[in-house]
Design a protein around this ligand. Structure first.
Ligand code: THG
Length: 292
C-alpha cells in the first residue's frame, strides 16, 4: 500500500501556525519525521487558502522539498494555489483533489496533463456527498469518462470514495467499503485512496487509531491502493506493510461472516475484533465500544 502522510496540515494545532508564519524549521522537521516514519508521499494541506494561497503553496512545496525527496500530494481546493504548487514540484505530483462539482473537472483536468501529474478523483458531485455505493459508482464512471476525454489515463486516476465519520453515519462507512469492492469492474486500471482519519473524526483522540487501523484493514480486503494516514501511527504502518498478517486474517474472516469466540482472542485481536463489529454495523458505535 502507498501511504500518504496527512500531518502537514494548516488546521493542525502544532504546525498550522508555522505554516502561516512561513517558519520553515518546524515544517521541515515534520517532513523529515514523516519520511522516517515510512511515508511514500506527503500530503500538503493548506485548506481553502482564499487569499495568498498561491504564494503559500509554493512556499510549502519548496520548503518541504528541501527536507525530503518524497513525492507530494497537493491538498487544496484553490486552483490558483494548486497551479503555483505544481509548477515547483520536482517529482511527479498528486493533485488532491478534483471533484465532480460543477466547473471543477473542467478547471482541474487540463492541469493534470500540463504538469504530468496524477490526480485524486473525489467522488463529490453536484448534489454533494454520494448517498450509497451506487451513487459512488455513477460518479466514478462520469469522472473517469471525462478524465479519459481530457487525455488522462486510468493509471493516473486515484479514486477517493470519501470516507466519513462513524460517529455520523454507519451506512456511509459501509458504502465506502462496498464501493471499493466494485471499483475494479467499474473503472479497471484506476487506483484508489481514502482519507482514513475521516472515519474517526469526532471520536476521542486516544481511540482514533483503533478505528483508523481496522478500517484500513477492511478496505485492504478489496485492494485499497493507497491511504492518507497519520504518519505517526506506527501500528497502522506495520499493518499496511504486511507485518501483522494474523490481524489482517482475523479481520478479513470476520468480514466473511466468521464470529470468533471473544474469550479465546488476545488483547490485540480483541481490539480489532470489537472494532470490526462497530465498523460493519453489528455493534452500535459509542465512544465506549472497546469496553463492551
Ligand atoms: N480525501 C482526500 N484528501 C483529504 C481527505 C480525504 N485531505 C484532508 C483529509 N481528508 C485527510 N487529512 C487529515 C489531516 C488531519 C486529520 C484528519 C485528516 C486530523 N487531524 C487531527 C485533528 O484535526 O484533530 C490532529 C490535528 C493536529 O495535529 O492538531 O484529524 O478524505 N483526497
Amino acid at each position: 500500500m502507498i501511504l500518504i502522510g496527512e500531518n502537514i496540515n494548516i488546521m493542525s494545532k502544532s504546525i498550522g501556525a508555522a505554516m502561516k508564519e512561513r517558519n520553515a524549521g518546524p515544517v521541515q522537521e515534520l517532513a523529515r519525521a514523516e519520511t522516517t516514519a515510512g511515508m511514500d508521499y506527503l500530503d500538503l494541506n493548506i485548506g481553502p487558502a482564499r487569499r495568498g494561497g498561491d504564494e503559500l503553496m509554493q512556499w510549502v512545496v519548496e520548503t518541504v522539498q528541501e527536507a525530503t525527496d518524497r513525492p507530494l500530494s497537493l491538498d487544496t481546493t484553490n486552483q490558483v494555489a494548486m497551479e503555483a504548487g505544481l509548477k515547483v514540484c520536482k517529482n511527479k505530483p498528486l493533485i488532491n483533489s478534483i471533484s465532480l462539482q460543477p466547473g471543477r473537472l473542467e478547471a482541474g483536468l487540463p492541469m493534470v496533463r500540463e504538469h504530468n501529474a496524477s490526480m485524486i478523483g473525489l467522488l463529490w458531485g453536484a448534489e454533494g456527498m454520494p448517498r450509497d455505493a451506487n451513487e459512488r459508482c455513477a460518479l466514478a464512471v462520469e469522472l473517469v469518462y471525462k478524465a479519459n476525454e481530457a487525455g488522462i489515463s486510468n493509471e493516473d486516476i486515484w479514486i477517493d470514495p470519501i470516507a466519513s465519520p462513524i460517529s455520523v453515519e454507519i451506512n456511509q462507512v459501509k458504502s465506502c467499503v462496498e464501493f471499493l469492492s466494485m471499483i475494479g469492474e467499474i473503472c479497471p486500471g484506476c487506483k484508489s485512496t481514502v482519507g482514513l482519519s475521516n472515519v474517526s473524526n469526532g471520536a476521542p483522540a486516544h481511540l482514533r487509531p483503533y478505528l483508523n487501523r481496522t478500517y484500513m484493514v477492511m478496505l485492504m480486503k478489496h485492494g485499497l491502493y493507497s491511504a492518507i494516514v497519520d504518519a505517526f501511527d506506527q501500528e497502522l504502518v506495520k499493518v499496511a506493510r504486511g507485518e501483522m498478517p494474523g490481524i489482517v486474517d482475523l479481520v478479513w474472516r470476520m468480514m466473511d461472516g466468521y464470529q470468533p469466540d471473544f474469550s479465546s482472542l488476545s488483547p490485540k485481536e480483541l481490539e480489532y475484533a470489537k472494532t470490526v463489529r462497530v465498523l460493519t454495523g453489528q455493534t452500535l458505535y459509542s465512544h465506549f465500544w472497546l469496553q463492551i
